[in-house]
Design a binder for this molecule. Structure first.
Ligand SMILES: Cc1cc2nc3c(=O)[nH]c(=O)nc-3n(C[C@H](O)[C@H](O)[C@H](O)COP(=O)(O)OP(=O)(O)OC[C@H]3O[C@@H](n4cnc5c(N)ncnc54)[C@H](O)[C@@H]3O)c2cc1C
Length: 390
């Protein structure tokens, strides 16, 4: 390990290692610092992604895929089920291996990765970020870098250290909890299950994602508002007692998901933020793996180019590129989320009843949103923007 790099990245999640890969690809020197002992562990994630999303970055490999998804089964508060065949295949990942593989891909292109490296501060020079301070195996160290990329996840502090406004309104910070359980034998392996309503997950949803061999990720997210009054884990406990009292719980994780628009500023002199640190999660679904990787790709490419051309001001271009690629779309998803999450149980039941009249071959996610928002013309325009005009 040297003491100077072109690009230093804090965090080896999918956003950080993707940024590393795209920066290293351009021949600049890159180091990724990860506080945990292992890349990819612990896993705090439902692990659901779209196959097309993954394919932008890496060829799907059965080594890190637990299930191939072709259908959603959405369950209304009264128990009515709505089957939605998917236009595009989904995947349930084995993130422990997926994250590890992404780090190896970045390393193949020359990026260095250092685990047990806890970053606790930034170095500033001439009013710009110029490196990181960290503790590695108990020893205080420093790395100087032309560009620092903060990929330190939902609890990110890197942006704050650089003076960026990173606070998320507590109502938009979904409180999530999940178990991976064995003995879940009544679900189909090609189907993701979603439960809606006050009993399961008010202002959010509960999910069951198959993981093969009778195991599944079962979790839920509720808004910060709801979480203040009743904890996410107590909703999950009630569900498990009712539906899977005999399930063997293999792991339990909890975490926040920033279901909101991206931060206004995701760059500062010498600094870029990617993934959850930049709040690049899809606010409607709560999915942040692929969108974080997209943020990582844009940031990594731009950082590499900025170093190569010796024009560090070029990093500010990243904000514009993100806005074009996903930022604007996330703004629309956020409005749709606000329009949907406060639906009453009766409204969810009515949507299920109407949508079940649509023939299976005509069911699409866009049509489902149209049914849900039929009485809300301004949001119908948003639905058309994101689901019709792709
Ligand atoms: C319960 C739950 C379920 C979810 N389900 C899904 C899902 O099904 N699909 C989906 O797409 N998304 C899901 N998400 C969201 C998804 O997990 C995140 O959006 C995604 O992991 C973001 O990637 P990232 O690289 O930005 O951050 P992370 O994956 O969180 O990686 C950040 C890394 O930075 C490291 N780090 C943090 N601070 C420091 C520091 N000071 N020094 C060094 N290293 C540091 C961490 O150890 C970590 O490895 C879920 C989230 C939760 C909580």
């Amino acid at each position: 390990m040297r003491t100077e790099y072109d690009v230093a990245i804090v965090g080896a999640g999918p956003a950080g290692t993707t940024a590393a890969k795209f920066a290293a690809e351009q021949g600049v020197s890159v180091i990724v610092l990860e506080k945990d002992r292992d890349v990819g562990y612990p896993v705090r994630c439902g692990e659901a992604v779209s196959k097309a999303g993954v394919e932008e970055f890496i060829t799907p490999d059965e080594k890190w895929i637990s299930a191939h998804i072709h259908k959603f089964n959405m369950i209304a508060p009264n128990g009515e089920e709505v089957i939605l065949p998917l236009e595009e295949e989904g995947l349930i990942l084995e993130r422990r291996i997926f994250d590890y593989t992404l780090a190896k891909e970045a390393a193949k292109l020359g990026a260095e990765v250092l685990t047990r490296a806890y970053v606790h501060g930034l170095i500033f020079e001439d009013g710009k970020v110029a490196g990181v301070k960290f503790i590695h195996s108990g020893i205080e160290k420093k790395i100087r870098a032309k560009i620092v990329i903060g990929a330190d996840g939902v609890e990110s502090r890197v942006g704050r250290w650089a003076g960026l406004q990173t606070v998320v309104d507590f109502r938009a910070m979904e409180s999530s909890v999940q178990i991976t359980a064995a003995g879940i034998n009544n679900i189909q392996q090609d189907t993701c299950y979603f439960y809606f309503g006050r009993e399961y997950a008010p202002e959010g949803y509960l999910w069951i994602f198959p993981k093969g061999n009778g195991s599944a990720n079962i979790g839920l997210g509720i808004s910060g508002n709801v979480g203040k009054k009743r904890s996410a884990i107590s909703f999950l406990d009630s569900f498990l007692q009712k539906h899977y009292p005999d399930a063997a719980i293999l792991t339990q994780v909890a975490g926040g998901v920033p279901c909101t628009v991206t931060l206004k500023k995701i760059t500062a002199p010498g600094l870029m933020l990617v993934g959850d640190a930049a709040r690049q999660v899809n606010p409607l679904s709560g999915g942040g793996i692929i969108s974080g990787m997209i943020g990582g790709k844009l940031a990594g490419k731009i950082a590499g180019q900025a170093v190569k051309e010796n024009d560090l001001e070029f990093i500010f271009k990243y904000e514009e590129e993100w806005e074009k690629r996903l930022g604007k779309r996330h703004g629309i998803f956020n409005r749709l989320k606000d329009g949907i999450y406060n639906f009453s149980d009766e409204k969810f039941n009515a949507i299920a009843r109407s949508f079940n009249k649509v023939p299976l071959e005509k069911r699409t996610l866009g049509n489902l949103f149209k049914t849900a928002l039929i009485n809300n013309p301004s949001l119908l325009i948003d639905v058309a923007k994101v689901f019709v005009v792709k």
